[in-house]
Design a protein around this ligand. Structure first.
Ligand code: UD1
Length: 428
């Protein structure tokens, strides 16, 4: 299932303003936990609107590796999963677990259904230390015995029991893992200070489709009343709000652009819409699931702070920094979610951007225009930010290591070309 990575690069030349329509794919960050959650069920599952991304195929390999039967239909963008009961004892291969942090999301469902799991401590984008202590504390509160050994975490429970758990921080992954662990536990689990991200809500709705009893969805307190079994079902994933936000930012980069983004869920994009409007972008909502973004001139700098939802998403921080790098005036960015998520700044500096970093704060002085250069995608959203910077830069930009981009954007080069951008992909 996992494609061998061929190192590729993107070449972006300065082109006309972007115009036309672009359709957003299904949400990667909703699809990954939902695929993992399927392990807690006993019936056939069909997940619709699953994007074609390398991270999704890694998760599919993990599920296969654990003994589930999976198949992905690329045309229909549907994933079928039969989590048969033979999958008790496996553990995801270290090589796969190291590739995506979301691999750790199999822990909750395995513990819930089989009373045990063993999995490697997770990898993923290099954007900070990203521990899993909150997940483990929660599993222990539900009655699991946890041991750490040689890079693996092992947990065993002789039947999980519902508990009151208050998260020290509203971690998205910990909230998801604990919901998945609690769905089959005996009794009631009250999870406080939960992450309220739309992807957490989507996971809850999926689990309810399979027979779970969950309330408080979308709030910071989620109540799970354990049920005996989860059955099969069909579920459609929400649109990817970060992909939508990335195209909105791309449209803002080039004055004169006029882009309509379809298959969106506009309510999930409020913090991004508000910030871009504050910068001077025109954003119209023709329907609740589409957005038209157009600009007539250079945007104005603003201050931005990343926060858990409904605050401004950390996964849009890099893309907004690219826009600030080419805006009028000085903007201050504060990254509060991850402690080391400014690696794109050094690459943007090669393109002439004026950025000073001090710990979690970045001060960005707008420069027009940025200049094309050879740069490197250091992680998924850093790569997206470099694409946006390149769209507004004079000359040609070469972005290497774009396999990072393929983790989270389906057909990005093609979608940009359809909007009129001069983008080509070639072997590195
Ligand atoms: C998810 C998203 C990621 C997004 C992030 C924040 C997926 C697959 N990934 O990642 O794209 O950037 O939410 O919106 O959905 N933390 C701890 N201990 C823990 C867990 C987390 O200290 O046990 C810290 C992390 O190091 C980080 C912060 O909490 O500083 C937020 O992490 P978390 O919300 O868990 O992010 P992920 O679920 O990994």
């Amino acid at each position: 299932m996992v494609n061998t990575t061929i190192m590729k690069k993107l070449i972006i030349e300065n082109g006309p303003p972007l115009s036309g329509f672009v359709r957003v794919s299904g949400s990667k960050n909703a699809a990954l936990p939902i695929m993992a959650a399927s392990l807690a069920a006993s019936g056939q599952i069909k997940i619709q609107n699953v994007p074609q991304l390398s991270d999704i195929f890694v998760m599919q390999s993990i599920l296969d590796n654990l003994g589930a039967d999976t198949s992905y239909n690329k045309i229909a963008e549907e994933m079928d999963i039969l989590p048969n009961s033979a999958l008790v004892t496996g553990s995801p291969k270290m090589e796969l677990a190291n590739r995506i942090r979301a691999s750790f999301l199999v822990a909750g469902p395995l513990l819930s259904r089989f009373g045990q799991f063993k999995t490697a401590l997770p990898g993923g984008c290099a954007i900070g230390t990203r521990p899993v202590d909150l997940h483990l504390k929660g599993f222990a509160a539900l009655g699991a015995d946890i041991t750490l050994n040689q890079g693996y975490v092992e947990a065993r429970a002789d039947g999980l029991r519902g508990a009151e758990i208050y998260l020290d921080y509203p971690s998205v992954g910990a909230t998801e893992n604990l919901i998945m662990a609690a769905v089959l536990a005996e009794g009631i689990t009250a999870l406080g200070n939960c992450a309220m991200e739309p992807e957490v809500t989507d996971l809850c709705r999926f689990l309810i489709t399979l027979g779970a009893d969950i309330s408080g969805i979308g709030t910071d307190t989620i109540i799970i009343n354990g049920v005996k079994e989860l059955v099969g079902g069909t579920y459609r994933i929400i649109p990817d709000r970060i992909e939508a936000g990335t195209f909105m930012t791309a449209a803002c980069m080039k004055p004169g652009s006029d882009v309509t983004i379809t298959n969106t869920e506009n309510t999930h994009l409020r913090p991004v819409i508000a910030k871009l409007r504050e910068m001077g972008a025109n954003i119209i909502e023709p329907t609740p699931d589409s957005l038209r973004v157009y600009t007539t001139g250079r945007l104005n700098a603003v201050d931005v702070k990343t926060l858990p939802y409904p605050g401004f998403p950390t996964d849009m921080q890099a893309q907004l920094m690219a826009l600030l790098a080419a805006s009028t005036g000085r903007g201050v960015m504060t990254e509060t979610v991850f402690e080391n998520r400014y690696m794109h700044a050094a690459e943007m500096t090669r393109m002439g951007a004026q950025i000073k970093i001090d710990s979690r704060t970045a001060i960005i002085d707008g420069v027009t225009p940025l200049s094309g250069a050879s740069v490197k995608a250091t992680d998924l959203r850093a790569g997206a930010a470099l694409v946006i910077a390149a769209l507004g830069a004079k000359g040609t930009t070469e972005i290497i290591d774009i396999h990072h981009l393929e983790r989270g954007y389906s057909g990005l080069d093609e979608k940009l070309r359809e909007l009129g951008a001069r983008v080509t992909t070639s072997v590195q």
